[in-house]
Design a protein around this ligand. Sequence first.
Ligand code: ZN
Length: 221
Amino acid sequence: MQSSPTRTIVETLTRAIVEHRLQPGTKLAEQKLADHFGVSRTLVRQALFQLVQKHLVRMEPARGAFVAAPTVEEARQVFQVRRLLEAEVVREFIRKVTPARLKALREHIAQEKAAMGREDASERQQLLGDFHVRIAELADNTVLAQILRDLVSRSSLITLMYQRDSFAAHSQEEHVELVKALAAKDEKRAVRLMEEHLLHVEESLAFDRPVPTHDIAVALA
Ligand SMILES: [Zn+2]
């Protein structure tokens, strides 16, 4: 069983990272965290270890813990896996769809829409990420929802590092279209919309910076 102070630290730090209040590369000093949460360094270390497993924190020998800074390659892999998993989440949701589940999803996108008009970018980011986890939860697949929650957290960190400008409004519109396809139980369209949506998010990341190469033909192309 996980002790509750550890869980509190994990949840608080995850939120701060996902909501972009803690930037990639930020040092997470054990003593400062212990003082802040009023717990022992042992508990802080346990929490940090869990965040390492979620890929939100990295440990460096003799230097300590830092907020992770995902590479382009890692970012691409995260989105690749999300496209695979979330196509299945969509199918599962349609298999189990009920009016109550659709209502819950519609309420979520109404919250997103309301957040679009507000200043708080971290709230927007949180709601847009939660939408994806929500579909898995409403499809009643706890394992998928857990895996997706971790992948969505990693995606938020990736978005923070690489997204060009605000893509939020575009994402929100795509969520609305997706929910329409889910309500129509149009599996083919819903799967395609989800895959396209995740591709669009990936395309909004600034991965097109020139990669250094030893091949002159490539470099001068
Ligand atoms: Zn989305």
